[in-house]
Design a protein around this ligand. Structure first.
Ligand code: NAI
Ligand code: MG
Length: 482
């Protein structure tokens, strides 16, 4: 299919986009070959901004899942037997090829997932490449990372990822697993399979030994078949807390290792001594980045009472300036909601918030006629017990509360079943130190938000999951020690 025909005016397309070719149909990448699903079932993957079909992808069933794990199992001893430097070369090659093809990856990521091209171009794809570069460097240094502990690969790993950062999550999962000598079977989410399949093409072109990386597509049923399979010794998952629980049960049943990166309801806390303009930018980025489809989104805003009016006014003004529309337009701030069902979830929460007595504000931008969209939204007069203050909405919806003292806001911020991330805005270093130790969150940003780096471990407390990804801590999740 020639993508230039589908969804943008060529004059507005990102440079190079007219060269992008997607196949009409994608098979499963098993044992280094593109393999048709045994049952012959395919499903359509669409562009959520236009509802147009982009391609058909295979629905992996029991036999396909089995074939993928057998391939990974057969490849594992050989991959482990390579020297770390040798494994590192393959991973560097993947990183470089991602960079070379970054434009195509960015365009496809935005077309399949709905996120603004500026984000996929400047954040998702470069970070995915950075993750491979970083872990390539670890492959021959594991003994230095864990001195006297004899790090060994776990074996075969099953990896299931979500739709909000499709390529980046694939990189977060695959890069450390390979560096540590494991082989993998990875499944992207059903709404965003395309960049994982393009990554399979890169892996094929990088000539990785057959079976080291297997990429299979399908929905939650395929995911459940993966977690129930006897071969993988470790399950790695990013997604909903609900599915995370099921995966943990599957891991316990078969005594498998498991890491879970689940939801969040992060507090973004603004003190009266904060640089307000910068804080407002941080609030905007915290909640409206990637339409709020972000596990660490700053979805609860706590404003110190004395600056509440000022912050709210500036925030609304800045919200009004956000441009919602075509994800492939480089000026777009807010793209499409990833799927119809996610839009329904968000809309349900907008209703719940109003029924709970909170006051809703939305910008009056125009919504495109086709596709799935949600206006940037905030709620004021939110009570701590409101569902919109407690539950993950995963959309561009901010719940605002106020506080007077630091003790009060610590209590409010921690009063949630989640504990993934938080943000603090203040001029005082002492407050930052006090909060970073008092907040039960895996990541706390100070005077910034949503900053990611492969050297820095990421992960949560409580119902946000366990295990860390990135940094030395992330390697540990893919190793056992003798
Ligand atoms: P989900 O957890 O159902 O999907 C994530 C991945 O898990 C997908 O690849 C899916 O195919 C797979 N999966 C689904 N059921 C499975 C099962 N029984 N066994 C194994 N794998 C399974 O997430 P969903 O339904 O798309 O979104 C629901 C909510 O989850 C969102 O509204 C959001 O609140 C949260 N979420 C959180 C994410 C995060 O980054 N922490 C990412 C995606 C969703
Ligand atoms: Mg689900």
């Amino acid at each position: 299919m020639n993508m230039s025909k589908t969804s943008w005016k060529l004059s507005e397309a990102p440079e190079g986009a007219d060269h992008i070719q997607l196949a009409k149909r994608y098979e499963l990448f098993i044992n280094g070959s593109w393999t048709a699903p045994k049952a012959g079932t395919y499903f359509k993957t669409i562009n959520p901004a236009t509802e147009e079909t982009l391609a058909e992808v295979a629905q992996a069933d029991k036999d396909d899942v089995d074939a993928a794990f057998k391939a990974a199992q057969a490849a594992q001893p050989k991959w482990q037997a390579l020297s770390g430097a040798e494994r590192g070369k393959y991973i560097y090659r993947i990183a470089r090829m991602l960079q070379e093809r970054s434009r195509a990856f960015a365009v496809v990521e935005s077309m399949n997932g709905g996120k603004p091209i500026r984000e996929s171009r400047d954040i998702d794809i470069p970070l995915a490449a950075a993750h491979f570069f970083y872990h390539a460097g670890w492959a021959d240094k594991l003994e230095y990372a864990f001195p006297m502990r004899k790090p060994q690969p776990i074996g075969v790993v099953a990896q299931i990822i979500p739709w909000n950062f499709p390529l980046l999550m694939a990189a977060w999962k695959i890069a450390p697993a390979l560096a540590c000598g494991n082989t993998v079977v990875l499944k992207p989410a059903e709404t965003t399979p395309l960049t994982a399949l393009l990554l399979a093409e890169v892996i094929e072109a990088a000539q990785l030994p057959k079976g080291v990386v297997n990429i299979i597509t399908g929905d939650g049923q395929t995911g459940a078949l993966m977690t129930a399979h006897a071969i993988p010794q470790k399950l790695a998952f990013t997604g909903s807390t609900e599915v995370g629980r099921k995966i943990q049960e599957a891991a316990i049943k078969r005594n498998k290792r498991v890491t879970l990166e689940l939801g969040g309801k992060a507090a973004n806390i603004i003190f009266d001594d904060a640089p307000i303009e910068a804080a407002v930018e941080g609030i905007i980025n915290g909640i409206y980045f990637n339409q709020g489809h972000v596990c660490c989104a700053g979805s609860r805003l706590f404003v110190q009472e004395s600056v509440y009016d000022k912050v709210l006014l500036k925030l609304k003004r800045r919200m009004d300036s956000l441009y919602l529309g075509d994800p492939l337009d480089k000026n777009t701030d807010i793209g499409a909601i990833n799927s119809k069902s996610q839009l329904e979830t968000i809309d349900r929460y907008l209703k719940i918030g109003q029924e709970e007595g909170a006051e809703m504000y939305q910008t009056d931008c125009e919504l495109p006629a086709k596709g799935f969209w949600c206006k940037p939204t905030l709620f004021t007069h939110v009570a701590q017990s409101n569902r919109i203050a407690q539950e993950e909405i995963f959309g561009p919806v901010l719940a605002i509360q106020t506080f007077r003292t630091i003790e009060e806001v610590i209590g409010q911020a921690n009063n949630t079943p989640y504990g993934l991330s938080a943000g603090v805005w203040t001029d005082k270093g002492s407050k930052i130190f006090q909060l970073t130790s008092a907040l039960k969150a895996g990541v706390v940003w100070a005077n910034t938000y949503n900053k990611f780096d492969p050297t820095s471990p990421f992960g949560g407390y409580k119902e946000s999951g366990f295990g860390r990804e990135g940094g030395v801590h992330g390697l540990e999740a893919y190793l056992r020690f003798e």
